[in-house]
Write a protein that binds this ligand. Structure first.
Ligand SMILES: C[S@@+](CC[C@H](N)C(=O)[O-])C[C@H]1O[C@@H](n2cnc3c(N)ncnc32)[C@H](O)[C@@H]1O
Length: 451
């Protein structure tokens, strides 16, 4: 694929994410699987798409200083400027003159000479004069919003909920690289064996403190490894691995995973059960059930019975006190996974959070009666927001006095997590910056002992 074609593909993907609210990882995956992108261009496509989305508000702040506010610009021209500027500022592989040349060629072929000369003028002016400083922005929320490219409502919300220092560190971290982590399938290989194999193949890898099965890959492409291809390891963030660690499920238990797709945590739980017992996995969306089955097959786990179903209606299927363990990994705003899905920052709105909290509470209240006496329930989300996490748990406990937090949960956490800044009376909020992971929340509950 020529340079011009590659840049056109990048522009097409970016416009789909922006206009049609597409997911960056799915659209990138689609292009990479099309067979049209050469191996040497895969990295550039991924980097420019993610980077441009990740830095959109910062790039707009820079561009606005060079564009007459009265000028009407078509969305594709604005996006072309953003992706070109992203490469000029954040990538040092390609010289500026080549980036500007490509942008002008695209402007010519997609538009006309006038647009090409406008694009050329803006990019050349920035090249000559440099980008404006953010130091003049006095308001902290506005400054963080522009410097780290998070909408102001979100920065303000995080500052109000967690304070300026944590909020700013979180926003900065969300623009930085996160190492990939994998989970070892312990019924097929031990973590030490997997680590040795990876090091032999030239990977830089180390053990995670979050889970006895976790490995952090510092260098090397795990997707091309035999370990990955044959289901000896699966990709999972370290925070998500905490869930099965803390659920303490054992062989021959009866376990419910009420919101299960794509099955990352269900398969981990099945591994902890040594693939013995019953694991009932549900997801609201029928087509996602196949994802759970595929993951279970890939890891050679047979005890997962995956079905479509609404977690709020499982009482129609099961009697009260059926399960030894229950996981509610609830649908959430996903504000903890902005690094992997940067468009979340712009697609989510504040009103979504209250709507989601209502559903989360409904799910929790419908599912928890299925838990046996002495059973354990984990409630988790991949978001950083008190309304969906700590406050949700507090609201649940205030409304349902036969349940309580399981205090042993806090003692059982791996030690650096016990002392981490997100510990509260209602669970553990992991901030992405503390351990360079996703942002994640989890807590453990149980039925109160009757006197
Ligand atoms: C955070 S994801 C679960 C991730 C999964 N536990 C894993 O580790 O791979 C939440 C899931 O809940 C599903 N969902 C949303 N509403 C639901 C409902 N009312 N009942 C069951 N599943 C639901 C979504 O389709 C989504 O797949």
């Amino acid at each position: 694929m020529g340079n011009n074609q590659l840049r056109n593909t990048i522009l097409k993907v970016l416009l789909r994410i922006d206009k049609d609210q597409g997911f960056s990882h799915l659209l990138i995956d689609h292009e990479l699987k099309s067979g049209k992108i050469g191996a040497k261009d895969e990295g550039l496509l991924t980097e420019v798409v993610y980077g441009t989305i990740q830095r959109k508000l910062t790039l707009d702040y820079y561009l606005d200083a060079f564009i007459d506010p009265k000028k009407k610009i078509k969305p594709w021209v604005k996006m072309l400027l953003r992706m070109s500027l992203y490469q000029m500022i954040y990538l040092d592989k390609i010289p500026d003159h080549a980036i500007i040349h490509e942008a002008v060629e695209i402007a010519k072929s997609k538009g006309h000479k006038g647009i090409a000369s406008f694009v050329n003028g803006v990019l050349r002016s920035i090249q000559r004069k440099g980008v404006p400083s953010t130091a003049t922005i006095k308001d902290d929320v506005k400054r963080i919003s522009i410097e780290t490219s998070h909408p102001e409502w979100l920065v303000k919300r995080w500052v109000d909920q967690y304070g300026l220092k944590i909020a700013e560190a979180m926003c900065v971290c969300n623009t930085q690289h996160k190492p990939l982590t994998v989970r070892v399938q312990p019924l097929k290989i031990s973590r030490d064996q997997a680590l040795n194999k990876l090091v032999e193949k030239g990977f830089e890898a180390r053990a995670s403190i979050f889970s006895s099965q976790g490995i952090i890959i510092e260098k090397g492409n795990i997707l091309n490894s035999e370990l990955f291809k044959h289901g000896y390891v699966t990709i999972q963030d370290q925070t998500s691995m905490l869930v099965a660690e803390m659920l303490e499920s054992h062989p021959n238990m009866k376990v419910l995973d009420a919101c299960s797709a794509p099955g990352g945590k269900a398969t981990h739980i099945a591994e902890k059960m040594q693939n013995q017992g019953e694991l009932h996995a549900f997801d609201l969306h029928k087509k996602k059930v196949k994802l759970i089955e595929d993951k279970a097959n890939q890891l050679d786990l047979s005890i997962i019975d995956a079905k479509p179903g609404d977690a709020r209606k499982l009482q129609d299927i099961y009697d009260e006190k059926t399960f030894d363990r229950v996981l509610i990994d609830a649908p959430c705003s996903g504000l903890g996974v902005i690094r992997g899905k940067p468009e979340i920052k712009y697609h989510k709105e504040e009103a979504d959070i209250n709507r989601l909290a209502t559903i989360q509470l409904e799910i929790l209240e419908s599912v928890i009666p299925l838990l046996k006496d002495e059973g354990l329930l984990i409630y988790s989300t991949c978001t950083v927001d008190k309304e969906e996490n700590e406050r949700l748990v507090r609201r649940f406990l205030e409304r349902n006095n036969s349940y309580e937090l399981d205090n042993k949960f806090f003692n059982t956490l791996p030690s650096p997590l016990k002392e981490s800044p997100g510990i509260s009376n209602y669970g553990l909020q992991v901030f992405p910056q503390t351990f360079n992971t996703d942002g994640f929340f989890l807590t453990r509950m149980k039925r109160k002992n009757k006197e």
